[in-house]
Write a protein that binds this ligand. Sequence first.
Ligand code: ATP
Length: 278
Amino acid sequence: MIRLDHVFKRYPNGREALSDLSLDIAAGEIAFLTGHSGAGKSSLLKLIALIERPSRGRLIVNGQNVAGVSRSRIPAFRRRIGMVFQDHKLLHDRTIYDNVALPLIVAGIGGKEIGRRVRAALDQVGLLGREHSVPLELSTGEQQRVGIARAVVSKPPLLIADEPTGNLDPDLSLEVMNIFRRFNEVGVTVLIASHDLLLLEHFPVRRIRLEAGRLAGDSPAHVIASEPPPNPMSEQAALRNDALRTDTHPPAAIARDSGPANLLDPRKLIEQNEGTAP
Ligand SMILES: Nc1ncnc2c1ncn2[C@@H]1O[C@H](COP(=O)(O)OP(=O)(O)OP(=O)(O)O)[C@@H](O)[C@H]1O
């Protein structure tokens, strides 16, 4: 499903975010991608979604070598990947129905089919009946569930999520994670980048750990299940230290980072599909 062979990612400013990364995630697997801030988690997800391209090495996603995906084929490539973000990226001036329908409209799917699929996706995240609300009428957890419904409405075989529980309280985090689990149980491959200790503790699934862009650990689910839970004190201290470090995210890198990520902004998606994007 996802295969990396000696993948490197170097950004134009010379920062090497991923170094010689080799990894295999099989169809139907669920895994966490962990590592301190700046370890390369988002960069890896961006390569998988073709927001960025590898500088070196081979990357296969959904059976396709990304090197062979031309710019014009990127929208079709992305239709087979559901993406969930910490900040939902919902359009606040559109209804929940419109937000979830967006990927189908962009894909040129017809009206009746859209209605059926949107309702099915909202049902799967427990929000059927909220179609006519706008995002601000929903709680943060509900908004995140709308983001998940939008990610799965095209029935992608692969779901990737970048810190999807970052803004949620513990109960909502577990609820969101259970939704991912249910999709995985019906065959969707799921990769979740997360710092969330609660999730890591409650869900003994494969854990792929990056450190300074390199693979620092890859523990299968059965090993995780037999390990003691992570030590919250030491992990939190490490995360606090990360938050205080300034070298991992220099302002220039953050500014540049917002460029490619914007490609996934729903409005950009529409523009891209209509050929109005630069
Ligand atoms: N667009 C960019 N241009 C230049 N450097 C970048 C860019 N995006 C990320 N980086 C750098 O690449 C490294 C890895 O960043 P990345 O965002 O992938 O890490 P992360 O593990 O997702 O971190 P976090 O948990 O804080 O989101 C960091 O040193 C970062 O500053």
